[in-house]
Design a binder for this molecule. Structure first.
Ligand code: C5P
Length: 400
């Protein structure tokens, strides 16, 4: 599965750097090509010579090595790989990546690359748990960077906790997952998810109920079939899907702008529970409660994101999927929605309280297209997501 895949392996400083040698050995054994890059501090732990001997390739260390620039510029080096792997990644290198710093060869390659990046962090427990590192982790995840580890255990520094580099075989598995090809490899798919919050004042808002569970499951299923996923989400509780490019928004207007900024895509799945209205003239300061005085709110309609994208004259995604959460006449209402919005499919479901679907782990959906309506059995939201992702893959290949 890794036969002839090209891995650009960035090794940063840390006692765990010695494990990179075993990682290179395991990757070579599986037929992958490894181009190693060492930061200055990594060279305190492993030598370019040993790394180069195991990988059977030149080990790169210096941004200003003119011979290398003549042979292969750093831009080309950053893009010639199928996957960029950083193992071990120190807190310092993660911070540089999160901020877009490029002051040595490793960080410059990471900023210049257009290839998927997989990071295996390794550091002291406190450094890992520090809010700054956790902030950087979140920023990198939101940029679509994938992570493996760190593991929990005894550390070289004598402490115990999360911070140990993932074992080389775990890193190899994560590399295989990243390079897995599926029916959606090469496709870019947008998923909207979660609710939107429409402010009344800085502390109050109106919103629809939405956990973000179904949208997140769809994003994960699309990723598992090899798609590049852009995940535009409102403030939902569900953890963000690993490996997706995440855009966080609050309001419907922000969601609309985020969606427009990430187009074009091959398919767009609108699973967000967007608020229909926004409050006109939301107050910048908290509205004070006064005896007997109940504030009145004026509403304006929010942009309809699904309808806008469905009706695009130029650059419309090949497939646009909307959701219809209904409590009455599910199929009839969903069919009307399909034609009113102009989307290709509607995933309809009955969210009456007695179904337990809202906020639950299961869903029972009806897939409606122009000429058909299909009732799927009740199943887990993950299973619904996978079935939908498989149908999306078929529809996109039929559209070619
Ligand atoms: O009109 P209604 O809210 O029932 O339509 C639901 C579908 O439309 C969902 O797919 C939802 O994500 C999408 N939608 C949208 N923008 C809105 C309202 C709904 O994208 N302003």
């Amino acid at each position: 599965m890794l036969e002839d895949k090209r891995i650009l392996l960035i090794i940063s400083g840390g006692i765990a750097a010695f494990k990179a040698l075993d990682l290179i050995r395991q990757l070579r054994k599986r037929g992958a090509w490894v181009t190693p890059v060492l930061t200055k501090s990594a060279q305190e732990f492993v030598t370019p010579l040993s790394v180069s001997a195991l990988s059977e390739e030149k080990a790169y260390t210096d941004l200003f090595d003119l011979t290398d620039e003549a042979e292969m510029g750093h831009i080309q080096l950053s893009r010639s790989a199928d996957l960029v792997v950083v193992a071990p990644a120190t807190a310092n290198l993660m911070a540089k990546m999160a901020q877009g710093l490029a002051d040595d060869l490793a960080s410059t390659l990471l900023l210049a690359t257009d290839t998927q990046v997989l990071v295996a962090p390794a550091m002291n427990v406190r450094m890992w748990q520090h809010p700054a590192t956790q902030r950087n982790l979140q920023l990198l995840k939101d940029d679509g960077v994938a992570f493996v580890g760190p593991n929990e255990g005894d550390m070289a520094c004598g402490e115990y906790g999360p911070g140990r580099l993932a074992e080389p075989d775990e890193i190899v598995n994560a590399i295989q997952t990243q390079l897995a090809e599926g029916p959606l490899t090469g496709r870019r798919v947008l998923v909207t998810s979660g609710p939107t919050h429409e402010p009344i004042d800085p502390v109050r808002y109106i919103a629809n109920r939405s956990s973000g569970a179904q949208g997140t499951a769809i994003a994960k299923a699309l990723l598992s079939l090899g798609a590049e996923v852009v995940f535009v989400t409102g403030p939902a509780d569900e953890p963000r899907p690993d490996g997706a490019h995440v855009v966080e928004v609050q309001t419907a207007q922000e969601m609309m702008e985020a969606v427009q900024s990430v187009l074009p895509v091959d398919a767009a799945i609108f699973a967000a529970a967007v608020a229909d209205w926004q409050v006109v003239g939301a107050s910048d300061s908290k509205i004070k409660k006064q005896d007997g005085a109940i504030p009145s709110l004026n509403f304006a309609e929010n942009p309809d994101i699904l309808a806008t994208v469905s009706q695009m004259k130029k650059g419309r995604p090949d497939l646009v999927v909307g959701f219809a959460a209904e409590t009455d006449d599910v199929v009839e209402n969903a069919k009307k929605k399909l034609s009113r919005k102009g989307c290709d499919w509607i995933v309809a479901n009955d969210v009456s309280p007695e179904t337990g679907i809202m906020g639950g782990r299961e869903n029972a959906v009806i897939l409606i297209s122009d000429n058909a309506s299909e009732t799927w059995p009740r199943m887990g939201k993950d299973a619904v997501a996978l079935q939908l992702a498989e149908r999306i893959a078929i529809a996109l290949s039929d559209a070619e």
